[in-house]
Design a protein around this ligand. Structure first.
Ligand code: COA
Length: 146
């Protein structure tokens, strides 16, 4: 298995997994929104990026979308891990853990301060993963919808 940044040729496979992930999360996005996200991922000037895990035969097993951004409590960048999805047949093989480790290694090379992410309280699978590899934030998230 290879973990790497996406390129233009990954569009179809990323979109197919993205649609499954959105359905899984109960998020209904229009085609236009999904295409805009992909364009940002592929725009070298945008801070939205995606990793994919691809097997030896070229099948995409998983993706991880992230956004790098500045922070006021440090001169180092933060990395928001927005989405992480491993396709059903490939779960419990260490792929998600490997993708986060890959991103963390990149962040250490680039001098980022930390990775962070949100997780639904009821998502026990994801929480089991996160409890294994990271520490629980002391902060609560609030939304003011616009
Ligand atoms: C959550 C998710 C990304 C985990 O991916 P994965 O590749 O299966 O996870 P890994 O195999 O790397 O698991 C690493 C560790 O996490 C924990 N874990 C992962 N899935 C688990 C499960 N179903 N039950 C219990 N623990 C689990 C275990 O501690 C596991 O280590 P172990 O197998 O040595 O015991 C995957 O289930 C998924 O895509 N779910 C749907 C989308 C989602 O919820 N994304 C996360 C949003 S924050």
């Amino acid at each position: 298995m290879e973990i790497r940044l996406t390129g233009p040729a990954d569009h179809g496979e990323w979109l197919s997994l993205w649609n499954r992930y959105c359905a899984d999360q109960g998020v209904g996005l229009s085609t236009k929104v999904s295409e805009t996200i992909w364009q940002r991922i592929e725009d070298p000037d945008d801070k939205t990026k995606a990793l994919v895990a691809v097997d030896a035969s070229g099948v995409t097993l998983a993706f991880l979308n992230y956004i790098i951004h500045p922070y006021t409590w440090s001169d180092r960048m933060l990395c928001f891990v927005v989405d992480l999805y491993v396709d059903h047949p490939w779960r419990r093989r260490g792929i998600a853990e490997a993708m986060i480790a890959h991103l963390a290694a990149e962040g250490r090379r680039e001098g980022w301060l930390r990775l962070y992410w949100n997780t639904d309280r009821s998502n026990e699978r994801a929480r089991a993963l996160h409890d294994k590899i990271a520490r629980l934030s002391p902060y609560l998230s609030y939304f003011l919808d616009l």
